[in-house]
Design a protein around this ligand. Structure first.
Ligand code: URA
Ligand code: SF4
Length: 190
């Protein structure tokens, strides 16, 4: 395992472990504070992310940043943001199981280096891989349970909220729940 995030980033930037490398413009490694106590995990880069090499910079990213700001979180300060796969699936389709399998060790390594207290899955894809294969975001969002010493939970994917704004209040409640959990279990986030 790489000893720091920069070393890992350098390795991932040239990765060709799965076919997604052929259609990418940029690898989207992740962003934020590598010493964060809270780690957000999305699905994979979209069009804007692929163009810019940064996670959540399109419309969904603007929404995510607003929701983070509402509970005094920011990628420039006290959270880290990563994805299940680091290269964009064509036309934003779900990443295939074999693509996730090829990429997941990078996320594992990021998680070990960060050593977060809390992991928030953004949407079904991350939640079903990381929490439970039968996870239902509409029913189980906002519930945090300890797994291997880390509090794990999920909320609506910001892209899903853009498609279905009726879920925005429920998503905001999840963020308020998260704020309470941070106050309980984190030392230097706030
Ligand atoms: N959606 C994701 O899941 N991740 C991103 O980085 C951007 C959009
Ligand atoms: Fe490598 Fe992951 Fe990109 Fe596939 S998605 S090429 S495994 S970095």
């Amino acid at each position: 395992m790489e000893k720091d995030m920069e070393q890992l980033r350098q390795k991932v930037l040239t990765c060709q472990n799965c076919p997604l490398w052929e259609t990418r413009q940029n690898v989207v490694f992740g962003a934020g504070n590598p010493n964060a106590e809270v780690l957000f995990i999305g699905e994979g880069p979209g069009e804007q992310e692929d163009k810019q090499g940064e996670p959540f910079v399109g419309r969904s990213g603007i929404l995510l940043d607003k929701m983070l700001a509402a509970i005094d979180l920011s990628r420039d300060k006290n959270v880290y943001i990563a994805n299940m796969v680091k290269c964009r699936p064509p036309k934003n389709r779900d990443p295939k199981p074999e693509e996730v399998a090829a990429c997941i060790d990078y996320l594992r390594c990021q998680t070990r280096l960060i050593s977060p207290k809390i992991i928030v899955c953004l949407g079904r894809v991350a939640a079903q891989y990381l929490i439970s294969p039968t996870f239902k975001v509409t029913q189980q969002h906002g519930q945090f349970h300890q797994k291997n010493g880390i509090y794990m939970g999920a909320t609506f994917h910001p892209s899903a909220l853009l498609r279905n704004p009726a879920n925005k209040p429920a998503a905001m409640e999840d963020f308020f729940t998260l704020r309470e959990l941070i106050r309980e279990v984190c030392q230097h986030t706030y």
